[in-house]
Write a protein that binds this ligand. Structure first.
Ligand code: FES
Length: 189
């Protein structure tokens, strides 16, 4: 099915075009807008962004597939992204991955049959000083231990705000909106 920005996304997209030095630079925030509007980025949305930004569809697809943290169609309500880059690896990323696999009964890259959880490996989440780290939807969980993971998964299974959140509750999403920036810098800069 064809994709098009709704009015709200369009306003944010037009603002981003003023803010960034080139159309190409708006591609990554454009993916975020698509996610915010429909929950995931699919091929229709990638084609739409390619057209809007005067980019080749193959280029857009290549950029999208490089980044594992954008939502794909069919992924679960809670996307558990386990950082596996060196600092986290040294601090126990394998333990973290094994704990989530065991708690969720999922392999890496898999989504549960009830579409509640997706488990995937990602590269550095930019919080190496608090390794090992996972990002779940928009939220970070840091300095993880098996006990913390058990408590986090138990809360998510019952759709309650999990303990050990690093940055306040936002599991319903919405943190990626550009609206606050638009208010602060209406002319884009
Ligand atoms: S290596 Fe995991 S947050 Fe940087």
């Amino acid at each position: 099915m064809a994709f098009a920005f709704n009015d709200d996304s369009r306003k944010q997209f037009d603002w981003l075009l003023k803010r960034y030095p080139s159309k190409q630079a708006v591609l990554l925030p454009g993916f975020r807008l698509v996610e915010e509007q429909q929950g995931y980025v699919d091929h229709a949305a990638m084609d739409y962004l390619a057209e809007q930004l005067s980019l080749a569809p193959a280029f857009v697809n290549g950029v999208f597939t490089f980044y594992s943290h954008y939502r794909r169609p069919g992924e679960g309500k809670y996307i558990v992204m386990v950082c596996a880059t060196l600092p986290c690896a040294l601090m126990g990323a394998q333990m973290v991955a094994d704990c989530f696999k065991e708690e969720l009964k999922l392999g890496m890259g898999e989504t549960s049959s009830d579409k509640k959880f997706t488990l995937k490996k990602v590269e550095c989440l930019g919080s190496c000083n608090t390794a090992p780290v996972v990002q779940i939807n928009d939220d970070y969980f840091e300095n993880l231990t098996p006990q913390k993971i058990t408590e986090i998964v138990a809360a998510l299974k019952s759709d309650t705000v999990p303990p050990h959140l690093s940055n306040g509750p936002s599991l319903e999403g919405g943190r990626c909106s550009y609206r606050p920036m638009m208010e602060a810098f209406p002319e884009g800069k």
